[in-house]
Design a protein around this ligand. Structure first.
Ligand SMILES: [Zn+2]
Ligand SMILES: [Zn+2]
Length: 347
């Protein structure tokens, strides 16, 4: 065959020209000389196809990915190996080198390209919201009819932090720009409603209590008529704590455990265990604190009574004998709680 380009007659033909003339013009890859990537200077997320994606990726990795994404390989190429290199980064411009080796119509060739990647640094919407202190929800941590203890605040802070870290993989607004420390409790400002709700649920899981939500209209967008709402979520933890004494449906119980949906109490008369749903918290009355437990000495024992010395007025008091007290020894000590002029021995 005759090549119209070089006049040779003994070479393999590719289309109308010989292989040598074909390869002279051929490029294995097509890529722009200049690539621009817009990244957030705070979280390194990059703007691509109208979205901010992939935060917290090192800058070099962003450059490599920008190169990869802009390479177009011709169909004729097979067994290609692409080598990407960053020569140097000066300011916001990375000078890069792309080397390709591959096979085209049975001929092994290689090709190099110089490419510049320009990194344009801006601030993504999430980071700008965070910087401006944007929030959708306030989680109010409160206790019912009492002050919150320092150790409860410490625990709550830990729970809020842990929950937001967990949420941050799926929610960019999982952050807390502010904690307002008020006399009645802490207000945790949370970026998104979704994560705020998770924070409140995690607090309830630990402390028990009741959650209430109240949306507030902050402003109205005049063009769309849509309102901007912020949601206040209050979590009110119970007044009583573990080992305290409560009254519920005419029973007096000592609280043994508190969880998200219920509490377990031991009836101090019958020593039976009861579960009380957390939603009935309103019906629970705190009657004595754990600190009010007193210690008395056992004076005598009979099958019907156990006699103790009242630690306040040193009078003797007879208390009905129960299975739980069978092992108690005369001269030994026993715990008691005084409620409504009655003395209850605790097992
Ligand atoms: Zn030719
Ligand atoms: Zn960002």
């Amino acid at each position: 065959m005759f090549c119209p380009e070089c006049g040779s007659t003994d070479k393999e033909m590719v289309g109308d020209v010989c292989i040598d003339c074909f390869l002279k013009e051929f490029q294995m890859i097509e890529m722009p000389k200049n690539i621009e990537v817009e990244i957030c200077s705070h979280c390194n997320s990059k703007f691509e196809e109208g979205k901010w994606i992939d935060e917290f990726i090192p800058e070099e990795e962003i450059i490599y990915r920008a190169l990869e994404r802009n390479i177009k390989i011709a169909d004729e190429v097979s067994n290609e190996i692409i080598n990407l290199e960053i020569d140097q980064i000066k300011g916001t411009i990375a000078s890069c080198f792309v080397e390709v080796t591959g096979e085209v119509h049975g001929v092994q060739i290689d090709e190099t390209h110089d490419v510049q990647v320009k990194i344009k640094k801006t601030v993504c919407p999430t980071c700008s919201k965070m910087q401006s202190g944007y929030y959708e929800t306030v989680v109010q941590f409160r206790a019912d009819k009492r002050e919150i203890k320092p150790e409860e605040y410490t625990k709550a802070d830990e729970i809020v932090e842990r929950t937001l870290i967990k949420q941050s993989s799926s929610d960019k607004l999982a952050y807390c720009p502010q904690i307002a420390k008020l006399k009645e409790g802490y207000d945790y400002y949370i970026g998104s409603f979704k994560s705020g709700k998770k924070v409140a649920e995690a607090l309830k899981e630990e402390f028990g209590g009741v959650i209430k939500e109240s949306p507030r209209l902050i402003s109205e967008d005049k063009s769309t008529g849509k309102g901007l709402y912020r949601i206040w979520i209050s979590i009110r933890i119970p007044e009583f704590e573990i080992d305290d004494f409560i009254r519920y449906e005419d029973k007096i119980m000592q609280v043994k455990s508190i969880s998200k949906n219920s509490l377990v109490g031991i009836d101090i008369s019958t020593h039976k265990k009861h579960n009380i749903p957390m939603k009935n918290m309103e019906g629970i009355e705190l009657v004595k604190k754990a600190e009010d437990v007193e210690i008395a000495t056992i004076i005598s024992k009979s099958p019907q009574f156990i006699q103790i010395l009242d630690p306040i007025d040193y009078s003797t008091v007879d208390i009905d004998m129960k299975e739980e007290f069978a092992d108690y020894n005369v001269g030994g000590e026993v715990k008691l709680i005084r409620i409504d002029n009655n003395i209850y021995l605790l097992s």
